[in-house]
Write a protein that binds this ligand. Structure first.
Ligand code: HEM
Length: 162
């Protein structure tokens, strides 16, 4: 099964596919997993008292897989991002997906990162067929380094397209 055959309508290599693969991947495997902040004043967040000076860490990995915000949260579903699937599979809050953080301190390089990902993916998918290895698709396991990484690599079979 090729990577692109996961796409339900089989459009081939199109902008929609490339953009969607990017969003699907950043939801399940956000490169930056945590946002750390220090409380400037006493506050109450979600019913929890946060004293001034407390270090607060928001775990994006968990937010992106939280069942309150995502139907079928652990599934890799490219169609989740199609406009017609938003009601059934889309995020339940506008802030449920934040791989680049949100607000005034959101990633300054996000547009560059998105552009780079689109160009690299488009070039690769035009030239190569990427499939799971013949002996089956292993579960991807991750490790927390400064950014999120695969702990044992991501085995993939690569064939040049004719
Ligand atoms: C997939 C790629 C990327 C991801 C997932 C990502 C994610 C993030 C996140 C989550 C933050 C917020 C950190 C925080 O507030 O604690 C951030 C901040 C930042 N990112 Fe990125 N980033 C990416 C690519 C880039 C690139 C390509 C650049 C530069 C060309 C960049 C430059 C920055 C800078 C300068 C900040 C600090 C912004 C500020 O504090 O005002 N990032 N990034």
């Amino acid at each position: 099964m090729s990577v692109l055959s996961c796409w339900p309508h089989g459009q081939g290599v199109g902008v929609v596919v490339v953009v969607t693969l990017k969003w699907v991947t950043l939801r399940l495997y956000p490169a930056a997993t945590d946002l750390a902040r220090e409380a400037k004043v006493d506050d109450v967040v979600g019913g929890h008292f946060i004293a001034k000076g407390t270090q607060v860490v928001t775990n994006l990995y968990s937010c992106h897989r939280h069942e309150d915000f995502w139907p079928r949260p652990d599934e890799w579903l490219p169609e989740r991002w199609l406009p017609e699937q938003q009601a059934a599979l889309g995020p339940r809050s506008p802030d449920a997906f934040m791989p680049f953080s949100t607000g005034g301190r959101a990633c300054i390089g996000r547009y560059m990162a998105v552009l780079e990902a689109q160009v690299v993916l488009a070039v690769l998918l035009q030239r190569l067929e990427l499939s799971p290895p013949k002996d089956g698709t292993p579960e991807v396991s991750v490790k927390q380094a400064f950014t999120l990484k695969s702990s044992q690599g991501v085995p993939v079979s690569v064939k040049p397209l004719a």
